[in-house]
Structures are given as structure tokens and as C-alpha cells.
Design a protein around this ligand. Sequence first.
Ligand code: AMP
Length: 398
Amino acid sequence: MSFEHFSLDARVLRGVKAMGYTEPTPIQEQAIPVVMKDRDVLGIAQTGTGKTAAFALPILQRLIAGRPQRHVRALILAPTRELAEQIHEVFVELGKQTRVRSLTIYGGVSKGPQIAALRRGAEIVVACPGRLLDLMGEGNVNLSQVEVLVLDEADRMCDMGFLPDVRRILKAVPQQRQTLFFSATMPSEIRQLADQMLNNPLTVQIGMIAPAKSVSHALYPVSRNLKKDLLLAMLGQTATGRVLVFTRTKHRARNLARDLAKQGYHAVALQGNMSQPQRQRALDGFRSGKVDILVATDIASRGIDVSDITHVINFDMPDTVDAYTHRIGRTGRVDATGEARTFMEQDDEPLVRQIEKLLGKRIERRELRDFDYTARAAAAKSNSRSHQGARRGQGRRH
Ligand code: AMP
């Protein structure tokens, strides 16, 4: 099937071509015709399926008809700034040949430019709920003429505590509208919200709610104090392209990126303590290939849409099965293949069993070739003893 089948405007099709898409992905194939007929859609789809274009193309098609308007006609709600930026970029790229304008609204940056952009007028607004509510409260944004509402990564919105905000925003958009609702998983709270928001929707479920099939999974049992050595040894002996490393804490992301950089790797961190421009710089560097290794925490990593990630390395186990799916969704996107390697501590066993249940198979346990776990463990132990000694020594001196 080709994109020509959808009877999209030639200007929109040029955008598709510019993005290098030749064939629609399954979610696009199913959702685009339905969205173009004004129906509501419930899309149960993980990241990497092409869901952004599945809603962006019909929205552009709708907005392109008639003269450009200066009010908000399509509102897309996303849980994180990174995801909001990425959705916005897809609109910009796909809509290059159109005169439809899109803008982003999210916290962590000053409001001024967002308010100025709203005043200049845009038909598409991609927003995170908190800042949007702020601007609504100040009378800077008017949603009374919204025709299409998109909720992206609804399950993540819920995890991040945004559901009350979403409900408040719902009150400000017209009842009479088209709603497109996307979530990778459907826990009961999300099901309720979907029922409340959608009107006779078509449900499009793409794949199992499980990590992409094109990803191979492996576990590396290791004790905590050896993880850094293991990572360095692994990077040293593996031919990698772009590597995404996940840590549990912001500190660890920062320190690990710094340690990798000291070893000569082009590595940077992406974590919640960084300012928005710093985060954007890190992502841009990773995307452009200046940075080979991005060390990220879960929150900061949402919606990272960088193609050709060859390896996702879970330096720390994620907290939930869902988080595992999302992390792994960063590799093996669309048709590419990827590897997911997870460092597993003893305490991680219960979660590993849940992940294996989801995947429907046991994940292979591996040892890194030529990595002497026993000798390293002994060295790490004596190292930490001499550190403690040094610290005690210092303590006496001061
Ligand atoms: P998404 O699930 O929307 O985050 O998209 C995942 C990735 O797939 C992005 O890098 C998109 O640019 C890419 N993509 C979306 N649609 C297509 C398509 N029809 N053909 C190839 N790549 C696509």
C-alpha cells in the first residue's frame, strides 16, 4: 500500500516524501482513513509504530482546507517536553509545504516566547498539561474552537499524575470535536478516561503491548559495584552505533556520562535536573551523531525519537515492566533491529520474571566475554576499602 491511497493533498504528500516514508506503517494504514472520516480513534500502540504521523497527516489534511486561521484548531497533549517537541517537529516537517503553523507549550522555559507565538496565531498547539493550564488561567490561550484533540501516551500522563490536569483541559475544549487517544497500555484508569473522552471510537491495536519484535533481549547478571566496569568493557568489545544507556537516578546518569566522556567516548547525560536548552542540546547532539552515547533517566527519555539506536543498555533495571517496554521501544523502531541489554542485580529477579511473562519467553542470561567477574569483584572490594581508609585518614587530618 502507498500513501497515495489516502487521497491526501499533494502538499501533504510532499511532506511524507520529504520524511522519506514510502509505505504507511500498520497503524497509519488503519488509522489514517478513519481519522480522515472524522471518527474518534483509540490507538493502543507503543512508540516506534509511526503513531505520530498517523494523527499528524489527517490533521494537516483537515487544516489545509480553506484559508489559514489564527486560532487553535488542533490540540495535542503530551506528557513530556521532549515528546511535545518531537510531535511538533513532525508537524513542521510533514507540513513544510502547507501554511499550517504549529507551536509548543511546556514548562521549564520562559513563557514570553510561547505567549508571543500564540498571539501570532497557530492552528496546531502541542502542549504539556501544566503550562497549558497556566496559560489558560492567564487568558493567553483560547481552546474554544478546537476541532481535534489528541491525547498522546495517555498511560504515561497517568503515571506522571497529569490526569486531573487533563480533565481540567477537557472542560475548556468543545464537546463537539474529534478525539484521538493513544496509549501503549490500557490500565483501568486509562480505560475510564478513554470512555469518557471518546465517542464511538474505532479501536486500533497495533501489535501486542510488548516490546518491538525486532529487538533481541539479553540479561547480564552482575553485582552493583561492577556495573561501570562491565559497561566500559562491553562498549570496548561491541560494535555499536548509537547507544542509549538508562540509569535509575539523575545523579547516576550525570556521573556515568562524565565517566564515559573521560574514557574518550562521546557521551552526554539527559536527566531531569538539566535545563530545557541543555536537554535539547543533548538530544540534538545524539540525533545528529555528534554524541554516540546518551545516558538517560526514564522521565527525561520519554519520546526520544532518534532513529538507528543500535543498543539500549539498562545500566539499572527499570522500576516497572511498562518502563522496560518504553525504554526498549527506543531501539528496533519501525524496521530497524536493535539489542536490549539489561544489567541485572540479584534483587531484580522478580521484575525480570514479569518481563519474561510479557515477552512470552525466557531472556537469555549472558556473561561478557573476557570480563573476569571474580578478579574485578575482589579489586572493587579492596578499592572501596582503601577509599574508606583514605576518607578516614582525611577525617583525622582535618
Ligand atoms: P512514532 O511511533 O510516531 O514515534 O514513530 C517512530 C519512528 O518511525 C519515527 O522516527 C518516524 O519518523 C518513523 N516513521 C513513521 N512513519 C513511518 C513510515 N511510514 N515509514 C518509515 N518510518 C516511519
